[in-house]
Design a protein around this ligand. Sequence first.
Ligand code: ZN
Length: 356
Amino acid sequence: MTPFFQLLQSSPPFFTALCGIVGLMVGSFLNVVIHRLPKMLEREWHAQCAEFNDHAAEGSLPAPVKGMPPDAHPSGGLGAGSGDDNSAPASVGSGLRTFGEPASVPLAGAADAPTGIPMADEPGGTPRYNLVVPRSACPHCGHKISALENIPVISYLLLRGKCKGCGAHISARYPIVELVSGLLSGYVAWHFGFGLAALAALLFVWALLSLTFIDFDTQLLPDVITLPLLWMGLLFNLFGAFAGLHSAVIGAVVGYLVLWGVYWVFKLVTGKEGMGYGDFKLLAAIGAWLGWQMLPLVIMLSSLVGAVVGITLIVAARHGRNIPIPFGPYLAGGGLIALLWGQTLTQNYLHLLAAP
Ligand SMILES: [Zn+2]
């Protein structure tokens, strides 16, 4: 073992600090993912729809369709826990509508080209748009973000939350995502200690973080994150990182089926869609990571937090009863709590039950 790994293993404070710093930098990248991934998917769907409609016009396909996203599913709805009127995006179409512009627009860390989404049908090929290109720029003036202006949290503070080019306000969400990522990463490192579990848990936490914010913004949980997350969970549990393989496989299946069942019961009873397929896949992924034994706790925690937040929003009248509340963030929160304290919580709970 090299001295560096020995140091990581022998000094928890060093490992914690290192992971905290890495977490800050990853947070900066997560900002890009959160902002760009939905736009990338939307571009893809537009391109596929255009292609499909071309085929349909040529008569090789039955009829033109509009906006059918093949690889993400609306999520959200049951968030309030009351389950009442929070219908999720009733159709794919409305899902796409909410999809257009994230709630917070101006940004530096992960800024977009000022013109918005370059469309896929531009002549002479599509301008590249992915997680790497184009470089981040201010959406107001197009000022390219230099490496020095992209230091997690610190740059935001030094710039006092304003674009260096035009002085436009930069959303505080960017340093917040970075900070949350840094703190959680440091905590995970301290909690698990140097080893496979810590590495796996970091990936799990980062994925949950990006899913949370993407779901907030767009009511979608992209398959490109939820599905690899599921497989990664099974893979890590091949080596017993968090649960036995048996438990992980059953967890994935049961996680999916539980919410799928709730969805159909809710739909048959009320005629509405309470949540989306993205939610099923996320809970399947969480089941694959933590094993089926953790699912009741995850569902309980996410419903509890969802109910509290949902009712608060409705009471505060800032949120109409018909506006869907994404459920993904609560599932992610429940998953995170179960990852870190699930064993303790379950043991204490069973202990309480066993007490006379
Ligand atoms: Zn600017």
